[in-house]
Design a protein around this ligand. Structure first.
Ligand SMILES: [Zn+2]
Ligand SMILES: [Zn+2]
Length: 289
């Protein structure tokens, strides 16, 4: 392993413990116990483990049942929903999927998400949403149908909703307004500008900032963070993705949260403890734990 692929060193511990509101431990090397121990050593005492497909959602629920520091979120990722409908999974041909009825396959998968969402350690339904970056126009209908179904599941179970919004701000806000958003809705890896942050604030949506808020070219994101109400701000790694500067490109993990919290405190012009205390309270409120 070259130095540039090596895991970054442990940062200075936070004085006030916070949660990583969005991570994918199943995509990171090492055991869950190791990841949690490293995180706890630097003041990251809680993680929300997010499932992206049925297998990942089952794993999230199992992992949260086994570890008090882990809460689960379950869903079919917006890039997964069109794959189920169009039958790109399990070597189906698109033709075969059409014959089998792609919408029925999505309904079957959603029925299992619904069952998982009822479990007490599952605190959220997500990540769901719209992704116009990875999925082309042919997948948009499936994504939107899936998003609407996840909103309904979250509301019926009284769970938080975790939104993945990539290059789809206006449509995500529109669908949430049309369906009626759940009481607690989190925009994970918040990627809007200051104007959208004001719209999210008006609707009471939480905005969860990831390591990309530290990137040099991310001034619009920092402008959004600067105007977001402090009581709606969360932090996340989305690990293994989006490693904060100066470790961009190296593997991300929950123990790197303090770097992002410190950058966020700087943007807001508050001290680290103020930032961390707000995030800790906000995350517990968002995920009702
Ligand atoms: Zn996402
Ligand atoms: Zn994610």
């Amino acid at each position: 392993m070259s130095a540039k692929d090596a895991p970054p060193p442990l940062p200075e511990p936070l004085g006030v413990p916070v949660a990583d509101s969005h991570t994918h431990l199943d995509m990171q090397p090492g055991t869950v116990e190791e990841a949690l121990a490293r995180a706890a050593a630097v003041g990251v005492d809680t993680v929300v483990q997010v499932g992206c497909d049925l297998k990942g959602s089952r794993w999230a629920a199992e992992t949260a049942a086994a570890h008090a520091a882990v809460h689960a979120a379950v869903a079919l990722h917006p890039n997964e929903a069109p794959r189920i409908v169009h039958g790109d999974e399990d070597g189906w041909s698109r033709q075969g999927a059409r014959e089998a009825g792609g919408d029925a396959a999505l309904d079957d998968a959603l029925a299992e998400i619904d069952l998982l969402a009822a479990l007490p350690q599952v605190r959220a339904v997500g990540e769901t949403g719209l992704d116009y970056f990875r999925t082309g126009p042919e997948g948009m209908a499936a994504q939107e149908r899936s998003l609407r179904a996840h909103i309904e599941i979250a509301k019926r179970h009284g769970k938080a909703l975790v939104i993945h919004d990539r290059e789809a701000h206006a449509d995500v806000l529109r669908v949430l307004a049309e369906e009626g958003a759940p009481e607690r809705t989190v925009f994970h890896c918040y990627s809007g500008d200051a104007e959208m942050a004001r719209a999210c604030a008006d609707a009471g949506y939480f905005m969860s900032f990831a390591g990309n808020v530290t990137f040099k070219n991310a001034q619009p994101l920092r402008d959004a963070l600067a105007v977001a109400p402090l009581e709606l701000v969360l932090v996340e790694t989305d690990a293994p993705f989006l490693t904060p500067a100066p470790y961009r490109g190296r593997p991300n993990a929950p123990y790197l949260i303090p770097i992002t919290v410190r950058a966020m405190a700087q943007v807001r012009g508050v001290d680290e403890e103020t930032m961390a205390s707000a995030i800790a309270v906000n995350t517990a409120r968002a995920f009702d734990y």
